[in-house]
Design a protein around this ligand. Structure first.
Ligand code: SF4
Length: 293
C-alpha cells in the first residue's frame, strides 16, 4: 500500500487544492486514508536492479527518430511549498537550518547570489526533463515499465515531514522510487555513492511511501551523462535519520535552536541573513502539527 497522494499520469494538476500554508491546515485538507503510513509487513520485497539510464537512452533515441526533432519536455507548474515543516530535500545537514524551517523564519530569497538562483533553476529543469524521459519510456513500452507517477506528495506526521518525491516507476509490479539529481562534472566523476543529503531525502520518501527500493538518477550538468544508484531500505540507516530529525523537533518544541557550526553563516544558505541573530516568532509553533512523542 502506498500512502502518498498519487497523481494521474498526466502533467495536469490533481483535483486537490494544494497546500494551505500551515501543516495543520494541510492535514485538515487531506482526506482520511492518506494519513496512515503503510505497514512494512505489506510491502513487496526489494525489487531487482535494472538499468534505468539505458532505458531512458532508448526512449530518447526513439523519440528523436520519430519526430525528427530534439526531445523537449513540456514545462509544468510548481506547487507552493508547505511551511513549518521538515522538507526532505533539506533535512540533512545543519540542524539550525532545520529548526529555522520549522519555525518558518523568513528566507532571504532576494539577497543571495543570483548565481544560486540560476543553479536552483537549472536543477528544476533537469527534474522536468528527466521526469519527461520516464514518461517517454512508459509511452514507448520500454524497460517493462508499467506506470509512472510524478511529483507524489507525501508526509510523515510524527516527523512533521512534508514533501514531494520526483517519481515512482512501476516495473513488473514492483514500485521503484526515483529521485532525480544533477551534479557538476567534478562532483559527478567523483560520485561513487549517493550523497548523504540525497540518501536522507530518499529514505524519508521511502519511509512515507513504503517503497523499499529507490533509484537516484544523477545527470552531469556539463556533459549530460547519467549514472544511477540503487538504494535498498535498511532499518539502521532509518533509525539514525529518524532520531536526528526528532532531536531537532524536540529542541524546537522546547524553545531551543541548535547551535550553528563554526563556519556560519554559510553563503549559500537562504537563512544566512538571520543565522547569527535569529528572531524567531515562537507562535509559529502553533502552526506546526506537533508530533506525538
Ligand atoms: S547559515 Fe549555515 S549555520 Fe546558519 S542556518 Fe544556514 S546552514 Fe545552518
Amino acid at each position: 500500500m502506498l500512502s502518498g497522494i498519487f497523481r494521474p499520469r498526466t502533467r495536469q494538476k490533481a483535483g486537490r487544492e494544494l497546500p494551505a500554508d500551515s501543516c495543520a491546515e494541510f492535514y485538515d485538507s487531506l482526506g482520511e486514508g492518506v494519513r496512515e503510513l503503510p505497514s512494512f509487513d505489506d510491502i513487496v520485497e526489494p525489487a531487482e536492479e535494472f538499468d534505468l539510464c539505458k532505458v531512458i537512452d532508448v526512449a530518447i533515441t526513439q523519440a528523436v527518430r520519430d519526430t525528427g526533432q530534439p526531445f523537449v519536455c513540456p514545462p509544468r507548474e510548481k506547487e507552493e511549498r508547505v511551511k513549518n515543516c521538515v522538507h526532505p530535500s533539506s533535512a540533512y545537514g545543519c540542524a539550525r537550518r532545520l529548526a529555522f524551517s520549522l519555525l518558518e523564519l523568513n528566507k532571504n530569497l532576494t539577497d543571495i547570489d543570483t548565481k544560486m538562483h540560476r543553479i536552483f533553476g537549472n536543477g528544476h529543469l533537469v527534474h522536468q526533463r528527466l521526469q519527461g524521459y520516464l514518461f517517454e519510456c512508459l509511452y514507448r513500452g520500454l524497460g517493462e515499465i508499467e506506470a509512472v507517477y510524478e511529483d507524489v506528495m507525501l508526509q510523515i506526521p510524527w516527523l512533521v515531514v512534508f514533501g514531494e518525491l520526483d517519481a515512482v516507476v512501476v516495473r513488473r509490479g514492483q514500485p521503484y522510487l526515483v529521485e532525480v539529481k544533477s551534479s557538476n562534472r567534478k562532483g559527478f566523476d567523483q560520485l561513487r555513492e549517493p550523497k548523504p543529503e540525497w540518501l536522507w531525502q530518499t529514505y524519508l520518501y521511502m519511509a512515507a511511501t513504503g517503497i523499499r527500493t529507490a533509484i537516484v538518477l544523477v545527470e552531469c550538468k556539463d556533459s549530460q551523462r547519467m549514472k544511477q544508484f540503487h538504494i535498498e531500505w535498511d532499518w539502521e540507516t532509518w533509525d539514525e535519520i529518524h532520531d536526528e530529525i526528532l532531536a531537532v523537533i524536540e529542541a524546537v518544541m522546547d524553545g531551543e535552536i541548535p547551535n550553528a557550526p563554526g563556519d556560519a553563516p554559510c553563503f549559500w544558505c537562504d537563512y544566512s541573513h538571520s543565522c547569527e541573530d535569529p528572531e524567531p516568532d515562537w507562535s509559529a509553533l502553533d502552526r506546526i502539527h506537533l508530533p506525538v512523542i
